[in-house]
Design a protein around this ligand. Sequence first.
Ligand code: PRP
Length: 209
Amino acid sequence: MPQLHVVNHPLLQHKLTLMRDKTTGSKEFRELLREATIILVTEATRNLRAEEVRVETPLAETTGVKLSGKKATAVPILRAGLAMVEGFLQLLPNAKIGHVGLYRDPVTHKPVEYYFKVPACLPERDVFILDPMLATGGSAVQAINFIKQAGARSITLICLIAAPEGMAEVEKAHPEVAVYTAAVDEHLDERAFIVPGLGDAGDRLYGTE
Ligand code: PRP
C-alpha cells in the first residue's frame, strides 16, 4: 500500500507497548497517547507547505523556513481521537480543530454520526484526521467522506494501530489518503476489535469499561 507509513521510531514503539499493556491505567494511557501523537504528527507533517524567509539573528542575516498558507487542521474522531488533539497542538499550536462525532454500532459495527463541525476554508488547508484505532475502517472512511464533502483536498489519517482490514477499506474508498500509524496488527476478532491491539481505546482513555 503506497500510502501506508508505519512509523518505526523506537520511542513510539516503546510507548505503544506500554499502551498495549492491560495493567496501564487511564492517566498513563492518556499521557502516552499524547506523546505518541507528537511522534506520529512529526512524521505525518513532513510535506507541510513552507517557504524560505529572511531572518536576522543577533549576529547576521540568514535564510530560514516558515510554514506558509492557511493553517493546518486536525479533525479528531470522537471520542478517542480527542485525546490526540493536545499532542497535535503542541507541534502546531495555531492549528484549527474540527470535530467528527461517530460511534460504532456494537451489533452492526457500522459508524453512526452524531456531530460534525469543521473550520472554514477547508479546501486550502492540510487536514489531519486523528483516531487511535483503525479497525474495520468504517469510521475513518465515513469521516473522510464528510471532510471531503466539506471541501478538503489534502487529507491525512493518523492512527496508533491499524488492522489490515481497515487499511484495505480506506485504500479502496480513498486511495489518495496517506495513513500514518505505529503498527499494523494481525486481524479483527468477532467483535471487530483489533488483535492483539490494546482493547477499547475510548474506554481505556476515559475509564468507562
Ligand atoms: C473506536 C475507535 C474508532 C473506531 C474504529 O471508536 O476510536 O473511532 O472505533 O473502528 P472502525 O474502524 O471499525 O470504525 P468507538 O466507536 O468505540 O467510539 P469511542 O471513540 O466513542 O469509544
